[in-house]
Ligand binder design. Structure first.
Ligand SMILES: *Cc1c(COP(=O)(O)O)cnc(C)c1O
Length: 808
């Protein structure tokens, strides 16, 4: 099939037949679903590959600026539907399959999620690739081809167990191996320095080499013209070690092989938490060294010189995980290109930019210097020199304030601080929501901010809303298209036009019907998977995100316990039927988080057993929450629980996915909730809880959670249930944590959260008001498009232009 020429149904059918017979030796009549999936995947992949080639030719011709997005995680989910949609081929594919008596929807279900990420950070990277391709930027994402992605979660009597996620059988359809772009990565060993006249040779000797083999995944933009590439590196032993062989040490030779390949075996399953293992540091350097070598090769092959690198290349570090890109670039310029320090440092710092994703101490990355030095001896030397020079400069700028300089140093007290390395080595440091970017300047990076104010920026996160609205919620998309035209599918700001219909009773009724249909569909899925019958006319109150104390799923649970007591004490009270839906994975070693999951499940069991409450309040805990589950869930939510302690959630993106599908946010003024509030106004959001500055003053004045226990009978009742036990299991660890330290001020926010829920109950009953609120959330969600985020990065940080013009 030819590129940039519309594909007819006949051509599509022939191509599919050809794939089926050539690759799988079957005729359409004999092919099973898996074979159809793979054949379709190959067919679509060919089209994407052609389009990428075309796009790339234009990039080269126009000498367009390349954007490289480095991230340890890309939570891609499924690709087939997204690719067909963006190529405008979904209808043709559906018809062709239907002629063979196959439902396209059933083929979609054969695809495993590419779960190469934990949660928000990795999903953001995936949404940004969509935005980059749609904006026609020359873009490449770099990450690792983990053999096992995020674990599959199985709940056994409410207790989380983890199963390996072997996604490659099925997921590999989208990957194109690029063996000729293989590069070598060096670990361990030591440094040999020598002088050759004036030339200083630095050599790493006795190292262990690992090969990085790239696999490319193509990501098409909305009109299918711009195509981004996600390049995933796989670790491979560089052929058996002949020395060991010749010494007769066959076992050690094979063992070394296995050691090399373990680097990309599995994704570390912790979210917003530091992982201090040496294998994790190896993963980070493996990603960085492979990607930077690749970037340099690509640049030199076109321009033959590195002097224009900052003009032609932008490298974005998504969090500090790929921060070693800074010393790795220096290493190549110094050791391999023979450049001087000042020239190299100028090029590096004008090329690299850093996005911060958290202000929580336990998530800020540090490495023991001795481990760092033994694994990466040359990188360690370079980091030492970066630190020496930066400290000297900062000493001058602060007028000799050694306390401040020590706070900003990269190496101090035997630890290497990755955040400080990232700030020092970047020309731009951005937070991911307005509030978060302000907190960075006020607290974590305050000293840096006073010295280098021009570095600090904000880019509020955004989502690939064509996936999260157009593909996931076709009925709502159809209604919007009918009322405001199709322009919103490529220009999210046009969603604003939907606001005009706020008093149109027919539109509000249609909105209600669509929400109900989505709730019925979700109810059917829930019943199929867990046997629980949920009432589609109950309020669907949703909290889905990683399980973390700061996100406060336990606050939600305590409120449910309070509601339970209230119903028991007031059997005739007017309580609206309510379904509380949870979905969350906990890091496998995060004990309290696993306890919270079990507590929620046990409360659910208790409610279900009680005929007096079970038709009023219900809990559904969705197993194995992931992108594909989220896609079905978002369109069916009434209430979006965004209840983190103010000042702890950097942005959130789940809040945006729920908002654009018409859910009402019940939240604190944290992360992007602040901007959601601004977009919809006081009347269309339900806020509660301490503000970020109030959290700070309460902490400063000595926070005592017991006070709230003593003063609120419902809170006391709920906490006491935790120690008495729920369905035979006590939750004293949670109780004690809340009563003694309560690091995330659950107790302080309980009462106002309770009040906010009562308000939700009340307004949900007024259907016109509720539907109108829902409408304003959809209409106000346009600014949370990843297209907008990417345009801001391109304009304010990368200084990159779209490659294609209208004529292209
Ligand atoms: C969007 C998304 C997240 C992030 O959710 P937050 O509520 O922003 O933390 C996590 N996991 C999946 C599967 C997602 O799609």
């Amino acid at each position: 099939m030819k590129v940039n020429q519309t594909i007819t149904k006949q051509q599509f059918r022939d191509a599919l037949r050809q794939k089926l017979s050539h690759h799988f030796g079957v005729q359409p009549e004999n092919a099973d679903y898996d074979t159809y999936y793979r054949a379709l995947g190959l067919l679509v992949r060919d089209i994407l590959q052609d389009k990428r080639k075309n796009f790339n030719d234009q990039v080269r011709e126009k000498e367009g600026k390349q954007v490289y997005y480095l991230c340890m995680e890309f939570l891609m989910g499924r690709s087939l539907k997204n690719n067909l949609y963006n190529l405008g081929l979904e209808d043709i594919a559906r018809e062709v399959l239907s002629d063979f008596d196959i439902k396209l929807e059933n083929i979609y279900k054969r695809e495993p999620d590419a779960g190469l990420g934990n949660g928000g950070l990795g999903r953001l990277a995936a949404c940004f690739l969509d935005g980059l391709a749609t904006g026609d930027y020359a873009a490449m994402g770099y990450s690792l081809r983990y053999e096992f992605g995020i674990f599959r979660q199985k709940l056994v009597d409410g207790w989380q167990t983890e199963l390996p996620d072997a996604w490659l059988p099925g997921g590999d359809v989208w990957l194109v191996k690029r063996p000729n772009h293989t590069v070598e990565i060096k670990f361990d060993g030591h440094i040999k320095e020598s002088w050759d006249g004036n030339y200083h040779h630095v050599e790493q000797v006795d190292y262990n080499a690992v090969e990085a083999v790239p696999y490319d995944m193509y990501v098409p933009g909305a009109d299918g013209k711009g195509v981004a590439v996600l390049r995933l590196w796989s670790a491979c032993a560089p052929g058996l070690d002949m020395n060991l062989f010749n010494q007769g040490d066959y076992i050690r030779a094979v063992e070394r092989d296995a050691m090399a390949e373990v680097i990309t075996k599995v994704l570390y399953p912790s979210d917003n938490h530091r992982e201090g293992k040496s294998l994790r540091l190896r993963q980070q350097y493996f990603l960085v060294s492979a990607s930077i070598q690749d970037i340099i090769h690509r640049h030199l092959s076109q321009y033959g010189s590195l002097s224009n690198l900052p003009d032609k290349v932008a490298i974005q570090l998504n969090d500090t995980h790929p921060a070693l890109a800074i010393p790795e670039l220096m290493r190549i310029m110094l050791d391999e290109c023979g450049m001087g320090w000042e020239e190299a440092w100028d090029l590096v710092t004008r090329t690299v930019a850093y996005t911060n994703h958290t202000v929580m101490a336990e998530a800020l990355e540090v490495w023991p210097e001795d481990l760092f030095q033994s694994l990466l001896p040359r990188i360690h030397q370079i980091v030492q020199e970066i630190n020496r020079r930066a400290s000297e400069e900062m000493m001058m700028k602060t007028g000799g304030n050694s306390q401040k300089v020590s706070n900003m140093a990269i190496i101090s007290y035997g630890m290497v601080k990755m955040a400080n390395l990232s700030v020092i080595g970047s020309h731009s440091v951005n937070g991911v929501s307005q509030l978060h970017s302000q907190i960075l300047k006020d607290t974590v990076f305050h000293d840096f901010y006073t010295l280098y104010p021009e570095k600090f920026k904000n880019v509020t996160n955004g989502i690939a809303y064509r996936r999260w609205l157009c593909q996931s919620n076709p009925e709502l998309t159809q209604l919007l298209t009918k009322l405001i035209g199709p322009g919103f599918t490529t220009d999210a700001s046009q969603l604003q036009k939907f606001g005009k219909f706020e008093n149109d009773k027919t539109v509000l009724a249609e909105l209600e019907t669509i929400k109900r249909n989505n709730k019925v569909r979700l109810s059917n899925t829930i019943q199929r998977q867990s046997g629980i019958l949920v009432d589609p006319d109950s309020i669907f109150d949703v909290q889905v995100k990683r399980l973390h104390e700061y996100k406060r799923q336990h606050l939600n649970a305590l409120h449910i316990l309070a509601l339970y007591q209230y119903i028991k004490e007031n059997p005739n009270a007017d309580v609206k039927p309510h379904t509380f839906i949870f979905g969350a994975k906990a890091a496998p070693g995060y004990y309290l988080a696993k306890q919270i999951i079990q507590m929620i499940c046990k409360i659910g069991q208790m409610l279900e057993k009680d005929p007096q409450v079970r038709d009023l309040i219900k809990i559904v805990y969705l197993e194995d929450y992931r992108v594909t589950v989220a896609e079905e869930l978002m369109p069916a939510a009434d209430v979006s629980e965004q209840i983190s302690l103010a000042g702890t959630e950097a942005s959130g993106t789940g809040n945006m996915k729920l908002m654009i599908n018409g859910a009402i946010t019940l939240g604190t003024l944290d992360g992007a909730n602040v901007e959601i509030h601004r977009a919809v106004g006081d009347d269309n959001i339900v806020l509660f809880g301490l503000k970020a500055d109030e959290v700070d003053s309460l902490k400063a004045s000595g926070y005592n959670p017991m006070v709230y226990y003593n003063n609120n009978a419902y809170l006391r009742g709920a906490i006491d249930m935790l120690s008495r036990g729920i369905e035979g299991t006590d939750f004293n660890d949670i109780r004690n944590s809340l009563m003694n330290k309560d690091p995330y001020m659950v107790m302080a926010d309980f009462e106002d959260y309770h009040r906010a829920h009562q308000y939700i109950n009340q307004i949900y009953g007024d259907r016109d008001t509720w539907n109108k609120m829902s409408l304003h959330n959809i209409a106000g969600a346009g600014i949370f498009s990843a297209d907008r985020s990417i345009a801001e990065y391109a304009g304010n940080i990368w200084h990159a232009q779209p490659i294609l013009t209208k004529e292209d």
